[in-house]
Write a protein that binds this ligand. Sequence first.
Ligand code: GAR
Length: 201
Amino acid sequence: MLKARIAVLVSGGGTNLQALIDAESSGVIHSGEIVLVISNNQNAYALTRAEKAGIRAQYISKKELKSQEAFENALIDALDQNKIDLIVLAGFMSILSERFTSRYDHRIINIHPSLIPSFCGQGYYGLKVHEAALKKGVKVTGATVHFVNEIPDGGEIIAQKAVEVLDGDTPAILQRRVMEQAEWIILPQAVEMISYEIISR
Ligand code: GAR
């Protein structure tokens, strides 16, 4: 059966990438196939996870390429060469320009570790999101999968899942619970759903 060709863009540990790899192995994702992983961080453990799973892994350096435009051109080259249908941002810590996002309209999705529109937008990434949630004292947080457009964390929402905040939570403890109870579940589900839509067109 024809499958959507998926690229996963990462910057760090890659636990969400691992959840996607595992979901493909278990059949939760069956309408898409991860064929490429790109990191903007040479030391990202996500690159090792990709290699271990036999997925092509590529490092693209923004520093060496010097400008956002050159960086995005390198991304576009890699995505086009691999005939990518769906781009998944899974802990990718670099904001993409409108020139890039409009090229892949409704073909880029992102996982964000809060219930958008809370604790999102520029400056809210990784642990900072959970620090802000704890500082505000919210009792419920969660994760959101959304389409990516030119507004950071501003695209159409695809899936959300709520997670309880507990007394004594630290940002790291809360981050882990949000990953386990929300991110690693809704990201693979959303990837399957969008992949299915793409191959059914
Ligand atoms: C995840 O919690 C992801 O939601 C978040 O970074 C973490 C990456 O972890 N993404 C953002 O904050 C994007 N604004 P991972 O590398 O283990 O998947």
